[in-house]
Design a binder for this molecule. Structure first.
Ligand code: ADP
Ligand code: MG
Length: 901
């Protein structure tokens, strides 16, 4: 039914066979069978058929197919079949890898299905948004992504951002009443919520009326899913490299033709040779290796609790130069405990004087602060099996509940006497929240309450002390109030600073008596009476200190950005050695700065306190302007712009809102700063591996081309037949490439500075490497080839087998040497896939040389043991030279690093 918005709440519930309390679990199970999971059908990504098609329509493959057709016309049946076989093999290889990569990413995406809170069996339960059915009653709060189409049942300032659906960027206030007009546009159905929109503010409850493809979003899902998957910057660069190589391949092929014809080889023969040579130049395996390496990288990151939402981010991570991190929960444990209460005239140490049951006797004047902290609070305590009370909700609020309960207060009982009738939720710009309570009890059980029974309502406010002092005009002194004099003001600020200096998060507590549950249309947050403040400790996480140190050796600057007090921020930053510059800048100071000043500040200051989400955005933009690659964490609704702008937006997996997660590139499953650093390391490893593969592949290809082009100079007209060339190409670019793509981290991965993001894929030293390895392969191979060629009688082609074997083994030697590039071969970390691929390549070489059928097929001859040993020795030589060079290189690098330090 499309007219849910015209029915009053009770009718909606009736026709859905539900109630305010939701449905039962059994009923939900039945409905799930009937309606299916609440998910959009994936139409995104490429279909397998399309992926397969793309493999066979790549330029190089097309050239091969044309070559096969021409050779068929020339009557070269074996070559035709062989070329086609290679086309199919590369096609399948590419397809399998791309398919695996796509599947892996899809699986990762499914892991971020939000958990929602619904009323079932008369209780609030947490469940996966996938399991929602029509009739479910869902509780919503700021930061939730609306999980289905719903009719609003309750709204406490519930405001929803519906731009995704309606294009309207202003959040819409939701209400519960019915509308009479049947065909209102979606944007005006203010009692409805639609899947995929974001709760920007407030809280509410709503009943599900449509799930999955039967939602408004489902109707347009097909449109939304037709987004082109973009290439990563590296893929783009490699694409260009590929095109360049294609041109070079063409040039080499043309040269080969000319040379061949000059020395009188037949045209048809030369045509095939030239084509094969062109194929040899181009690293066909490259796109597949890149895709799979990124996807495997994403899986490795997942093992370290970093969930990648976008493939390009895997590679960007490797070049991150700055990590901007929240303090609370990311650098610290988010296990908060109240350890001190600061009243205007006294400070109470809340760690001392606990009795056997952990109860703490507090003076009555502190009780009021605890009561307000418990009332102005959306979290709950749950007694778990082992007596320990467990916090459900915001840890800061949990700390207040725990403190109050240790003083003998109980939230449920309190809320009976003081039911909440209105509220103004917390947001990180105001840095405070307010709830309004009706005074229903007579206060007989709660002595502290007798102070308030004169008025009908009480507004309870908690928040940052500086933010509360601005709106307080009285102080509360054990039962009476006094004017907020400058003396009181200074004294309270001083207590606040003293707490903050010890690294505590400080929460101020205030109240205001009201005759009505509102303030005549004005904000509730004015003319408050300041009661006191809670000092909360939140210890730094154990793993973070070393992660911060790693950052700094890796040339990455950690920056702390927090909503907390600058002194708290500085104390924690000092403890974690975030920076040597203890200067903390506040959001207010940032606001007063000119662009030029800000630019100077961001390059120097690493502690930002009392910032709002808008400040975060400004900081990211300025850092990026200075050429930095910025990773930025965020958890709140308002963090989306900063997360989207950052090069790597990092959302908190545990405390983060769904909205933040949707805006992010990466989700930290454990909310831990150390995980970001681990992900950066993986990002660097991936990049290293791709470069390793490219160096290997290009060096080998250069070798082959030189052998082919130079062989006529020493009297060998055609060094390798087309089939032999294609086979070598398949083994090395295909198999060995895969193995090289999965190398583990090098010893110094996190001891060198980040790669410059605009640096071209291949640096000068990489090009030098490619050149000399290519030259070495060519020189050794041609030397051996010439020696055997001179001795051979006309029918003997073992010289060609020697060339074939030598090139193959030297490539294997090159690959093993490249593994050693970062570390000594004695400390090789295990890479089973590489060992497998190297062994397989080796065995396949032997199979080609020694199996009777294949041997004739490829035009090879079985080598004597001695000859085989000679070609193997060439492979060993290759390894040793590469290895020696890497040692030398490392020494110079180390010297360079030492010189810099
Ligand atoms: P952080 O960046 O450390 O997560 P927040 O934006 O969460 O900082 O908090 C900033 C300030 O707002 C805190 O120092 C505290 O004073 C206040 N605050 C935090 N949580 C609440 C809350 N639930 N209710 C009221 N005030 C809060
Ligand atoms: Mg926070």
């Amino acid at each position: 039914m499309s007219s849910w918005h015209t029915q009053p709440v009770n009718e909606v519930l009736k026709s859905l066979n539900s109630s305010e309390k939701g449905i039962s679990n059994d009923d939900a199970g039945d409905r799930l069978k009937q309606y299916g999971y609440n998910e959009l059908q994936e139409r995104g990504g490429k279909s397998p058929l399309r992926m397969l098609w793309e493999q066979f329509t790549q330029t190089m493959v097309l050239i091969l197919i044309v070559a096969a057709i021409i050779s068929a016309f020339l009557g070269k049946n074996i070559e035709t079949i062989a070329i086609l076989a290679i086309v199919v093999l590369f096609g399948v290889l590419g397809f399998v890898q791309e398919y695996r990569a796509e599947k892996a990413m899809a699986a990762l995406k499914r892991m971020v299905v939000p958990t929602i809170r619904a009323r079932r069996n008369g209780q609030v339960q947490e469940l996966s948004a996938r399991d929602l059915v029509p009739g479910d009653v869902v509780l919503l709060e700021a930061g939730n992504v609306v999980p289905a189409d719903m009719r609003v049942l309750e709204s406490a300032n519930l405001r929803v951002q519906e731009a995704a659906l309606t294009g309207e960027s202003e959040a819409v206030e939701k209400e519960t009443g019915a509308f009479s007009e049947d065909n209102l546009p979606l944007g005006d159905r203010k009692n409805m919520l639609y899947m995929g929109t974001n709760v920007a503010y407030g809280r509410g409850a709503a009943v599900v009326v449509g799930t999955g493809m039967k939602t408004e979003l489902g109707k347009i899902a097909d449109l939304l899913q037709e987004v082109e998957s973009k290439q990563t910057p590296l893929q783009q660069q490699l694409d260009q490299l590929g095109k360049l190589l294609a041109i070079l391949g063409f040039v080499a092929a043309a040269l080969m033709m000319v040379i061949g014809l000059l020395i009188g080889e037949p045209l048809d023969e030369m045509f095939l040779t030239a084509v094969s040579l062109a194929v040899a130049v181009v690293p066909e395996g490259l796109p597949a290796v890149v895709t799979i390496t990124l996807a495997i990288g994403a899986q490795r990151m997942l093992k370290r609790h970093a969930l990648m939402r976008k493939l390009p981010a895997v590679e960007t991570l490797g070049s991150v130069t700055i990590i901007c991190s929240d303090k609370t929960g990311t650098l610290t444990e988010n296990r908060m405990t109240v350890t001190a209460i600061g009243l205007p005239d006294e400070e109470i140490d809340f760690t001392a004087n606990a009795d056997q049951q952990g109860r703490i006797a507090v003076p009555e004047k502190a009780a009021v602060a605890l009561i307000i902290g418990m009332l102005c609070n959306d979290s709950v305590l749950k007694a778990s099996d082992g007596e320990e009370l467990q916090v459900i909700g915001d840890p800061t609020e949990g700390a207040l509940l725990l403190a109050a309960s240790r003083a003998g207060l109980q939230k449920e009982a309190l809320e009976k006497q003081l039911p909440r009738v209105h509220e103004e939720p917390f947001d990180s710009t105001r840095k405070r929240m307010t709830t309004v309570h009706q005074i229903a009890g007579d206060g007989s059980q709660l002595p502290a309450l007798r102070h308030f029974s004169r008025s009908g309502y009480i507004a309870c406010t908690k928040g940052a002390v500086d933010s509360l002092l601005k709106i307080s005009d009285q102080v509360w002194l054990d039962g009476r109030t006094e004017q907020m004099t400058p003396e009181w003001h200074d004294r309270l600020l001083q207590v606040n600073n003293q707490f903050a200096q010890n690294g505590m998060r400080v929460l101020g507590i205030a109240y205001r008596e009201l005759q009505e549950p509102h303030n005549n249309g004005r904000s509730l947050e004015e003319k408050l009476t300041f009661v006191g403040m809670m000092g909360i400790i939140d210890p730094p996480r154990a793993a973070v200190k070393s992660a911060v140190a790693t950052c700094r050796t890796a040339g990455i600057r950690p920056i702390m950005i927090t909503g907390d007090h600058p002194l708290t921020a500085a104390a924690i930053a000092k403890e974690l050695h975030i920076t040597d510059n203890a200067e903390a800048v506040t959001g207010e100071m940032l606001n007063d700065m000119s662009e030029a000043e800000l630019e100077e500040v961001v390059s120097r200051v690493s502690i930002y306190a009392r910032v709002s989400p808008e400040d975060k955005l400004r900081i990211v933009e300025k850092l990026q302007h200075k050429g930095e690659v910025v990773a930025m964490t965020g958890d709140g609704v308002n963090d989306s712009p900063a997360l989207k702008t950052a090069d790597i937006g990092v959302a908190m997996g545990i405390t983060g809102t769904d909205v933040a997660k949707e805006a992010s590139d990466m989700v930290l499953l454990d909310d831990n700063f150390a995980t970001i650093v681990a992900a950066v390391e993986e990002g660097r490893v991936i990049y290293d591996n791709l470069i390793r593969f490219i160096k290997f592949s290009l060096g080998g290809n250069l070798g082959k081309v030189l052998v082919m082009l130079c062989a006529p100079l020493i009297g060998i007209p055609i060094a390798l037949s087309p089939l032999q060339l294609l086979w070598l190409n398949l083994l090395t670019d295909g198999l060995m490439g895969l193995g090289l793509g999965t190398e583990p981290a090098e010893a110094d991965t996190m001891e060198r500075p980040p790669r410059h993001p605009e640096q071209s894929v291949l640096t000068k030293s990489d090009l030098v490497y490619v050149s000399w390895t290519g030259l070495l392969i060519a020189a050794v191979t041609l030397g051996i080839g010439a020696y055997y060629f001179d001795r051979a009688n006309p029918e003997d082609t073992s010289w060609q087998t020697m060339i074939f074997a030598t090139i193959g083994f030297m490539q294997i030697g090159n690959a093993i040497g490249l593994r050693a590039y970062g570390h000594s071969p004695f400390s090789y970390k295990s890479n089973p896939l590489f060992v497998m691929m190297a062994t397989l390549t080796f065995l396949l070489q032997l199979v080609a040389i020694y199996t009777p059928f294949l041997e004739t097929f490829f035009g090879l001859e079985p080598l004597s043991l001695q000859d085989l040993a000679i070609s193997l020795a060439a492979g060993l030589l290759m390894f040793l030279v590469v290895f020696a060079e890497s040692r030398l290189n490392r020494k110079t690098n180390e010297k360079a690093v030492a010189a810099r330090a």
